[in-house]
Design a protein around this ligand. Sequence first.
Ligand SMILES: Cc1cc2nc3c(=O)[nH]c(=O)nc-3n(C[C@H](O)[C@H](O)[C@H](O)COP(=O)(O)O)c2cc1C
Length: 427
Amino acid sequence: MVQNAFSALSWQRTLYVNGFAGKRPKVPAQWHELYKAGKEVMSEKAFAYIAGGAGLEKTMEANRRGFEQLQIVPRMLQNVEQRNLSITLFGKLLPSPFLLSPIGVLEMVHSEADLAVARAAAAFHVPFIFSNQASVPMEQTAAAMGNSPRWFQLYWSKSDELVASLVQRAERSGCQAIVVTLDTTMLGWRPRDLNLGYLPFMEGKGIAQYTSDPVFMQLVREQLHQPQALETKPPITWQAIRGLWKMASAFPGNPLANMFSPLPRAAVRLFVNIYSRPSLTWENLRFLRQHTRLPIVLKGILHPEDARRAIDEGIDGIMVSNHGGRQVDGAIAAIDALPEIVQAVAGKIPVLMDSGIRSGADAFKALALGATAVGIGRPYAFGLAIGGERGVREVISHFLADLELNMALSGCKNILEVREATLKRRS
Ligand SMILES: Cc1cc2nc3c(=O)[nH]c(=O)nc-3n(C[C@H](O)[C@H](O)[C@H](O)COP(=O)(O)O)c2cc1C
């Protein structure tokens, strides 16, 4: 059942009325302020991990520049009293064209992590794409959402058995699509994290989908009995012992018992070795088709030829994304890649898009260029850091209101009309 109780004007009014009584929103209504407020509450390492990108962060810059170069050309006198933001995606009616893109390791910014995001997404019936690197097992996150829509994002592991297990769990958890992220067959070169020497997975964070998986845990136990190849061991320092404690705390069960168990370390080691498969090709995707009847979405498509190939391979949807500039430095902005991809796809499958969306107006531009729906990424992670579930709810409210008002003020009553709207590229 789709609830569409949200109204831009009533949210706008609430903020003004609360302000009259001296109460400000928990989450600033504009990205730059949200960014500043989020930075203040995050640890140095969490901020580096969430805000940072690959290399010189030129892709991140390009994502923003791409939006800034696009200008909306509003139309007047279009009777926009009745407004409707709903779309149909994979046969399901959704009240808005927003999705929450998968973001891993949310425990770095808030203890309720994915659960808080799930509850906030459910309040608006916005699909939440569970990350393969989530902090909470998908079954628990799904249970926090009632019958609200959720999808599962998969990193293709070196173990096909694990891939199949994750996908089956996603189906059982009521996920309505499988999003395969293609752009992260290995981690990008991320100087902010490298300078801090920090990777959350080494503390056992962000691997809850694995440690809750029977196939993965079986592999961990098997690995315990095998001689270990030479590996880089950290020097024994207080910091390393604290890291081990964090790892033991992140692992299911009693942290003290975990401290003396080889399992948490073996799980982290195995995760690092098998979480992704650099040898992945189009042929592998057929395996997924055989293991799920859910729609398959490929995330990370930036070339029109890859979009065409996806259609030829029977893929159900694509997500134009450069992972928020975290993978290839100097890659094309997702918003710049979008028009050619939309043209190549020619309406055969939905084209979703994320990377750089910071406002409702940005969403409007992506929709006007032909995106079927758009993914909010970093902004909701910042909202989570600031205010947990309420923070994420406010971020979603700001996006919904901003889109609805920009839509109406540009002369569009619904998303179909947004698709016809005029954009001009600043020269
Ligand atoms: C901290 C962080 C973690 C992310 N983790 C994942 C992930 O686990 N899986 C995935 O497919 N994408 C992941 N992404 C990429 C997002 O899904 C999305 O593509 C990106 O955030 C969009 O860029 P934007 O946030 O700058 O708008 C992550 C992004 C960030 C910032």
